[in-house]
Design a protein around this ligand. Structure first.
Ligand code: GLP
Length: 248
């Protein structure tokens, strides 16, 4: 475990993806009760933890209802309702349906996206999210808070960087189909969750993880805001922790 001086984010390093999933599931379940709200991130990194929670519920080693509602971290703008790539669809498919969670998120087709972002930000604040699950972009983004996002930013409409669009193009038939804008919970919104659990796997995340944990708390690395949260965890494998020789 590494804990930089003055920082509150705890770094838990595990040997492989299964152990990362188990530790993240422990941290998430510990923060939940059957009536609570959980914040759910898309991306490949949290999938193991989601699967592990579902497995435990089915095996009877976790409560039958782990939470009541799941709140989306972000959502693309402009995808047709029910599109397989909308984050509402992804979260239902990957975790919420299996856990019987009601999914709440911004309407990616709202006529007035700015007003919708504001409405959703208020809804998340009122939900008092017990634990927010997070991944991290290679550039340190959280949700769709790209580098440069104010550390107290509100839930809002954002333009995606080309790096992020290219990274996410693997889920679409072509780069042209990847939306250019999204609504994301702001960094200030994310920080309101009682616990933050960020999951990162693989060498390609090592620079972002290092900056998040050891760099200055600065908009250049949005994930560095975790250093200011009183109950935040980065759960990573050895490769994402930057250990030489890992994951090669
Ligand atoms: C997307 C999501 C982020 C996520 C990131 C990383 O950009 N908006 O919330 O952290 O992907 O995804 P992955 O875990 O697949 O690397």
């Amino acid at each position: 475990m590494t804990q930089p001086l003055g920082a509150t984010a705890r770094h838990l390093v595990r040997d492989d993806a299964d152990q990362v999933a188990a530790t993240a599931a422990d941290l998430i379940l510990e923060a939940c009760d059957d009536e609570c709200s959980v914040g759910l991130a898309t991306g490949s990194s949290p999938l193991g933890a989601y699967d592990e929670i579902v497995r435990r519920v089915r095996a009877g080693t976790a409560p039958r209802r782990v939470a009541r509602r799941g709140y989306l971290l972000d959502e693309y703008l402009g995808l047709p309702v029910g599109d397989r790539n909308s984050y509402a669809s992804v979260i239902r498919r990957e975790v919420a349906d299996a856990l019987g969670l009601e999914v709440r998120g911004p309407d990616g087709q709202a006529a007035d996206p700015d007003a919708e972002a504001e409405r959703y930000g208020r809804e998340v604040a009122e939900a008092r999210v017990a634990v927010q699950v997070l991944g991290i972009g290679r550039n340190g983004h959280l949700g769709f808070n790209e580098p440069g996002s104010a550390l107290d930013s509100r839930t809002r409409v954002v333009r995606l960087t080309e790096t992020t669009r290219r990274d996410n193009a693997r889920f679409f038939d072509s780069l042209a189909e990847v939306p250019t804008h999204a609504i994301t919970q702001g960094l200030g919104t994310i920080m309101q969750a009682r616990r933050l659990v960020l999951i990162a796997l693989g060498e390609r995340k090592a620079d972002a993880v290092r900056a998040a944990l050891h760099g200055p708390v600065d908009p250049a690395c949005p994930a560095s805001v975790l250093q200011r949260h009183p109950d935040s965890y980065l759960v990573t494998d050895r490769a994402a922790a930057g250990e030489p020789g890992a994951d090669r």
